[in-house]
Structures are given as structure tokens and as C-alpha cells.
Design a protein around this ligand. Structure first.
Ligand code: ACM
Length: 683
């Protein structure tokens, strides 16, 4: 009996292992991002040919016809197949459709709408079922990700997918203030968002450095506060429609009472200290702040939001609320007297009073208030939404107090941190210390693209591909956390995003051509792909930037999470885990190191004729020297030589110097080389 039970347990265990292995296998074969909730792979193929046609049935919103048409154009673009259908409309006829899209009802572009879908791909047909056309759009993106090719042609992997998002609020914040972002930038990024199933564009539209919306009630705002760089109302409506056609909400942010210099250029009388004010050109936290103690402020916002709440149809209005320095409040005797008279004990409470007054205005205009975590104050009603940015504690605090909340702490893509860091940052990890009811308050998260150090030319390379990894965190089950598989799929996702006009890959070479004045870019490329911009807030600390500083240097061409450096360091780890069996790894490591050792001689003449590159000359030389050290270390390991402590100390000292940032970048292969050196010396 015991034997039978043991055998049975063994059988079950083996079964589990097989199932797990199959799932891993399936995930590895498919290049889906975000990974759907349920995927059953049936290991065959639907062959794509020039008979491929689509039919949309049911009761969708009209936008699904345009989305389906675009899907066909993208398929045709990738495959070169002359697909037979023109624009697909509600009245399009299709005799023998190869793809059927069945939609029950028009989706509403609002928080919590049903985005689920079911996608069945067999050898002979594609069937996509969804409650709403927004769910159908998510399914069409999955279908596009199932496209593959072999010697026989293009095909979709056969699958049965049941999918829906883990969180209802999955956003990207675009700061269009520090540097203005043209309509084209916004649209191509909306396309990218739709491709990875994000559903909120949070549009940061007012700041110390610019007021970016045409305002009819107070035209002075955009005329005096924007240097002429603002969105017309027609452009805003166009963008909102463009987003809605992709099932994406547009939530505007007007950041008050601090971060408000550009408003006060035209309305100094609403400030808490006498003007005049000019548009801010630097980065940081500045003092100009609305005066929350005068009625004129609320009369102004009453009229402002009456117009703006009509312009933006989303249910939610973000009022910022972050980083109010409070200095103007501290030094204004009238404000101090107001606080005393009204028993307001500190600036936080005064800001909460201001928020309460604004809330009444927003509610009158049928909006719900969203703000950065500074707006969390016990006096505020539970209808407001808290965006956690200073630490994830504010997310937990908010949820515990019954406020709905979204996470941005850990998703600050402007800080140039690694993809893995963002990817593993979960709004609701398995050990989240909240009750089930409190967990309901966590709506999701948003990546934030603050624009101090990006221009329209570089911004895509900061957003993508890392935001695709964040999108997966917000859509896929929390158990999807395999980094190696994520990076494999991210590579493919990144390249696919290019078909939407995103410039994160193609602008790189263009920038290198400009940096080298159209000389051979390969040696520069070899160095730059090992560099990362300095992280967190170091860039601004190392050099004074203004809104008109160039963003065309090597640091701007370098990207976060430099893939070649990351792969090198991973390979070092794999090799050192078992050097005796790592001949192949050693060979690849040597090839890399040899190229880097030789690169300086090739790059130096380019640097000498491109003054903008002078700042990287020592980095280039250091790379060559460190690569030589790495080669020696590898040889030693291969030949079981153990150098002495003196050698080790000398090499470590050279590596340490080479690791120092220059040109606002860091050489990311140093840690890998250091591991080789320490290993060979037995440390
Ligand atoms: C913020 O990053 N100041 C919200």
C-alpha cells in the first residue's frame, strides 16, 4: 500500500512537473507581452495567406472597424502579403471570413470597463470573442503577437487564450511641460500603449516651466505661460479621440497649488508672494504657489475648471498637489493670519483646505479628484484617488484608510533604472499586508515619464521598451515574474513597437551619426551600448541644466539597462558558476573583451574630429584597459593560474577608476570584469 501511495505521489509530482514544464515551454515559444491570464497552446499553426479576411459581428462601437483595418495593415506590412480587404466597416460583407470578431456591446472608455477577450486560433480559423470592442482590441494585439514565420511562410501559433487584466488602471504619464511633446509624439506613444494593453494616458499639462493647454476663459495662461508651445483645443480633442479609439482614457493633470510658476506669469495676484513671475527655465522644486486663502483663487479655478472639465471627458481630473515648498505660505503674514483665524495648524492642513475647495469645484463639474500622495489627508473624502510616488507606504496607507490608489513609486522611468527593478515592483505583491477589502482599493499603477532630460527625439527611448515590462506587471497574473523570459520577450516586443512609428531604436543611430559628424558609427556604438546614463537624480546634480540645454550628447544616446552590458554580466555569472564546463561561454566573453580592447584605437580618430565626443575619450580608453584585464583574468581561470594579492589590488584599483561616471554615463561592464578578476585571485 505504502508503495502504491509513494508511486502515486511520484506520479502526481511528475505530472505537475510536466505541466509546469509545458507551461514554461509554451511561454518560451510564444512571444506574448503581456502574458495572458490563461494560454493553452495546441502546437500547430494557422497559415496566413492572401485569402485572409476578417469579419466583425455583434454590436461594437465603430472604432473596432478601424482597429481591425489597422490590424490587417500591420499584418500586411510585416508579411508583404497583399491582403484583399480595404477599409472594414459595419456594412462590409465577407463570405468566408478566416477571422471572426464577435463583440457584444460598445465599450466605455472609463475605469473598470470590461477588457477581457477570448482568442481561439485553430489551423483553419481565428475566432475572437469579447464583451466589448475594447476587449476585442486587446485580443487583436495578442493575435499580432502570435505571428511567426518559418520556411513555409507566415503563421499564427494555434492557441486558446482567455485573458483579462489584473488591474483596471494601467497608465503612462507623459510630462509635456518640462519639454513640450508634439502631437505626433503623443499619438505614436498611444499606439505603443495599446500594443501592450495600457489603458490610461495621464497627461501632465501644467508646470513651473509651461502651461500647455489653450484656455479660452483665460487665454493669458497659454499665451504668456507657454512660449507658444501648447496644445490647441482641437489638438486635444483629436488626441482624446485617438486614445479612445484605442480604448485608452486620457486623464489630464493641472498641477496646483505648487509647481505653478507658469500660471502665475499671467496671474501674479493669485500667488502667495508678490510677482512678477517668469516661466521657469531650470529644474527642481520652486516656491511660486497659489494663495489658498483668497476667494479670487477659487473664483479663478471655478471658471477654469468649468471649461477644462468639458474639454476632457474622463471622469478623473488630476490636480497634482506634489512638492509644495510652502515657503511663500510661511512668509506671507495674511496667510499666517488666515491659518490662525481658521485654526489651520500647518501647511499640509492648509493644502488640504485648498484641495477641499477644489474638490467642490470638480464635483460640480462631475469629476473625481486624483492627486499625488501629498493630498492624502484624513479630512479628504474617500472619493479621491491617491497616486503613490514618494514611497509605496503611501499606497498601503491610502488603501488602509479606504482611499483608492495607484502606484508610481518604482515606475519612474525617467530615473533610468533597470527594467528588472520596475518589472518586479508589484502594486500588490503576494505578501501585501492588507485585508481583501483594502486590496480592492489598489487600482493599478502608472509609469511616469518626467521630461527634464528628454526631448521629442529621445523620449521614446526612455519610455520603451521598459514600459512594456511595467505593462506586463499591471496586466498579467502576479505569478509571471521570470526575468530571463521577460527579457527574451521584451527584445521582440521592443522591435515590434517600431512598426507604430516609435523612435526608440531608430533615433539611436541617427544620434550617433550626428555625434560623429557622419563618420563610421560602429566604434562609438560599441562603447555607447555599454554605457548607461547616471541614475536617479544624479544627472541634474552633476551639471546645471535648463529647458534649453542640448539633449544630444552621448548620455542622451545611451539607454537604461544597456542590453549588451547586461548580457555580458549575466554570461560572466553563468560562466563562473561552473568554469570547467563553460568553454563556450568563455569563448563568447573573450570575443566581447577582444572587441572592446581594440575599440579605442578605432574610436580615437573619430573622437579627435568630433569635439562633442571629447568627454568620452577617457571612458573609451578605460574600456580598452578593463577589457585587457578581463582577458587576462579569463586566461588565468582557463589555465588555473592564481595571481597574487598585489595583482588583484592593482586591477581592482584600475576597475574602480573606470567605474567612475563621466559624460554623465557609467560603464556597465565593470562589475562583470571585476567578478572575473576576483574569481581568478580567489576572492
Ligand atoms: C512628482 O514626482 N513630483 C510627483
Amino acid at each position: 500500500m505504502k508503495n502504491i501511495i509513494t508511486q502515486w505521489i511520484l506520479l502526481m509530482l511528475t505530472g505537475c512537473i510536466l505541466v509546469t514544464a509545458n507551461l514554461t515551454q509554451a511561454a518560451q515559444e510564444l512571444n506574448l507581452m503581456p502574458i495572458p491570464e490563461q494560454v493553452v497552446q495546441t502546437h500547430s499553426s494557422f497559415r496566413l495567406d492572401e485569402q485572409f479576411t476578417a469579419l466583425v459581428q455583434g454590436n461594437p462601437d465603430n472604432r473596432i472597424y478601424e482597429y481591425t483595418t489597422n490590424t490587417l495593415r500591420r499584418l500586411a506590412g510585416r508579411t508583404g502579403l497583399f491582403l484583399p480587404q480595404d477599409f472594414i466597416t459595419r456594412s462590409s460583407k465577407c463570405e468566408h471570413p478566416r477571422m471572426e470578431i464577435n463583440v457584444q456591446r460598445p465599450g466605455k472608455v472609463e475605469l473598470g470597463e470590461d477588457e477581457s477577450y477570448q482568442l481561439l486560433v485553430t489551423e483553419t480559423a481565428v475566432t475572437l470573442n469579447a464583451a466589448t470592442d475594447i476587449g476585442a482590441m486587446r485580443g487583436l494585439e495578442t493575435l499580432l503577437q502570435l505571428l511567426d514565420a518559418d520556411e513555409k511562410g507566415y503563421f499564427f501559433h494555434t492557441v486558446e487564450i482567455n485573458d483579462r487584466p489584473r488591474f483596471p488602471w494601467r497608465g503612462l504619464m507623459i510630462d509635456a511641460c518640462r519639454h513640450f511633446m508634439p502631437v505626433d509624439m503623443v499619438k505614436r506613444n498611444l499606439d505603443g500603449m495599446a500594443a501592450v494593453k495600457l489603458n490610461v494616458m495621464h497627461w501632465h499639462l501644467s508646470e513651473d516651466q509651461g502651461f500647455r493647454v489653450e484656455c479660452n476663459t483665460f487665454p493669458q495662461l497659454h499665451l504668456q505661460g507657454s512660449d507658444g508651445l501648447y496644445y490647441t483645443q482641437a489638438q486635444i480633442k483629436d488626441i482624446i479621440q485617438y486614445a479612445a479609439n484605442r480604448g485608452i482614457r486620457v486623464m489630464p493633470e493641472f498641477d496646483i497649488p505648487g509647481h505653478a510658476t507658469s500660471w502665475l506669469v499671467a496671474f501674479p495676484e493669485l500667488a502667495s508672494a508678490p510677482g512678477p513671475y517668469t516661466i521657469e527655465r531650470k529644474w527642481g522644486v520652486f516656491d511660486p504657489t497659489f494663495n489658498p486663502t483668497i476667494e479670487a483663487t477659487y473664483t479663478f479655478f471655478d471658471r477654469f475648471f468649468a471649461e477644462i472639465c468639458t474639454l476632457f471627458p474622463d471622469d478623473y481630473m488630476h490636480i497634482g498637489g506634489d512638492e509644495n515648498s510652502g515657503k511663500q505660505w510661511d512668509t506671507n503674514p495674511d496667510i499666517q493670519a488666515f491659518m490662525q483665524a481658521n485654526n489651520i495648524k500647518d501647511n499640509h492642513t492648509l493644502q488640504s483646505y485648498f484641495n477641499g475647495r477644489l474638490l467642490a469645484i470638480l464635483e460640480k463639474n462631475h469629476k473625481k479628484m486624483v492627486g499625488w500622495d501629498e493630498i492624502l489627508h484624513p479630512g479628504m473624502p474617500k472619493s479621491i484617488v491617491i497616486q503613490s510616488w514618494r514611497g509605496r507606504e503611501s499606497l498601503i496607507d491610502a488603501a488602509r484608510q479606504g482611499y483608492r490608489t495607484i502606484l508610481s513609486n518604482g515606475y519612474y522611468i525617467d530615473l533610468m533604472q533597470p527594467t528588472a527593478f520596475h518589472y518586479l515592483n508589484d502594486p500588490m505583491p503576494a505578501d501585501m499586508p492588507l485585508t481583501d477589502q483594502e486590496k480592492q482599493c489598489i487600482l493599478g499603477g502608472e509609469a511616469t515619464m518626467w521630461a527634464e532630460y528628454v526631448s521629442p527625439e529621445t523620449v521614446d527611448s526612455r519610455i520603451w521598451p521598459r514600459t512594456a515590462a511595467i505593462a506586463e506587471r499591471l496586466w498579467s497574473p502576479g505569478t509571471v515574474r521570470d526575468l530571463a523570459d521577460m527579457f527574451r520577450r521584451l527584445n521582440i516586443t521592443s522591435f515590434r513597437l517600431e512598426e507604430l512609428g516609435l523612435t526608440h531604436i531608430k533615433n539611436h543611430d541617427m544620434m550617433l551619426r550626428r555625434l560623429t559628424n557622419n563618420q563610421d558609427i560602429v566604434p562609438l556604438q560599441t562603447l555607447v551600448e555599454l554605457l548607461e546614463p547616471v541614475k536617479i537624480y544624479t544627472r541634474g546634480a552633476q551639471r546645471d541644466y535648463t529647458s534649453y540645454s542640448p539633449l544630444t550628447r552621448v548620455v542622451d544616446a545611451a539607454i537604461a539597462d544597456a542590453p549588451v552590458a547586461r548580457e555580458f554580466c549575466e554570461l560572466v555569472d553563468n560562466y563562473l558558476a561552473e568554469p570547467a564546463r563553460g568553454e563556450h561561454s568563455a569563448e563568447i566573453l573573450k570575443q566581447h573583451l577582444q572587441i572592446w580592447k581594440d575599440n579605442h584605437d578605432k574610436l580615437l580618430p573619430v573622437i579627435k574630429t568630433s569635439p562633442i565626443l571629447a568627454e568620452i575619450e577617457s571612458l573609451s580608453l578605460d574600456l580598452a584597459n578593463c577589457a585587457a584585464i578581463g582577458l587576462t583574468a579569463l586566461d588565468n581561470i582557463g589555465q588555473h593560474k592564481r595571481p597574487d594579492k598585489k595583482w588583484l589590488d592593482e586591477q581592482l584599483s584600475i576597475l574602480k577608476q573606470a567605474g567612475a561616471p563621466r559624460a554623465q554615463t557609467e560603464l556597465m561592464v565593470i562589475p562583470g570584469i571585476e567578478k572575473l578578476v576576483r574569481y581568478t585571485a580567489g576572492h
